[in-house]
Design a protein around this ligand. Sequence first.
Ligand code: FE2
Length: 268
Amino acid sequence: MTETVRILFIGDIIGRPGRHVVRKWLPTLRKELAIDFVIANGENAAGGIGITEGTAKELLDAGVDCLTTGNHVWKQKEALQLLSRENRVLRPANFPPETPGCGWCVLLVKNKPVSVAVVNIMGQVFMKPILDCPFKTLDKVLEQIHPKTPLIVVDFHAEATSEKQAFAYYADGRVTAVIGTHTHVATADERLMSKGTAFITDVGMTGAIESVIGMRVNEVLYHFVTKLPTKFEVATGKVKLCAVLIEANIKTGKALSIQRIEREGEIG
Ligand code: FE2
C-alpha cells in the first residue's frame, strides 16, 4: 500500500470572521478529512490586512501548521518581529535577502515520520512591490530543499492567472503542489499536471460571503464610485472556508489527488 500524506491548504484568511472559521471548523475538518498537515495564507488575518503576533498565534493554536503571506505581509508593524522569530510564518522568498523572515521552511508532520517543505513565492505581474523573478527564486529554493524532503508545497501569491499557470508548468514534477493565492476568488481548475504536481490557479478565501473579497461592500462601492481614498472594513455575517486537500506519496512527493473543499455557515 502506498504511504501518503494529506495536506489541507486554506485560502486567504480575512480578519476576525476568517480566523473564527478556522478556529471553529478546523478541528472537525482535520478528523473528517484525515488531514495530516495544514497550511493557510494569513496575510490578511489582522483586521483584513497584514498579520500580527496575536493573529498568527490564534491560527497556529487552532491547528494550522504553517502560515504563508504575500504583498500585505508588512502592513502591521509587529510582522517584522513575528517573522524574524517564528519560522512557521513565511514571507515571499523573492524579497531581498536583507528582508526579515524566511520564504520557506521544512516542518515535521505530527503523526507521520515525514517532513513537508512549504515555500512562499510572489508573482510580478500587476503586483507591488515587484520582487525578484519568481521562476529563478523557485530554482534557488529547491536547491536548498531537495535533500531534506520530496514533499514541497508552494503558495504562489499572484494576481495574473497567466503568470500562475506558467509558474505551475515551470514547477511541474519538481514540487508536490502549486497553490495560487491573493485574488480571494476560487477558480475551478484544480488538477494534477502531467509530471505529478497538483495545481489550482486560486484557492479562494476564508471570510465573509457578503463582501467584496472579504471587505464590507459599502466602503468598497463608495471608493469605486467616488474614486476617493476610503478605509475599508472587514465584512461580517455568513462565512465561507475555501481550501484544497492534496494527497501525496511520501516517498516520491508526487501528488495523487487535489480536491476543492468548501464549507459555509454561521459562526455566531
Ligand atoms: Fe495578497
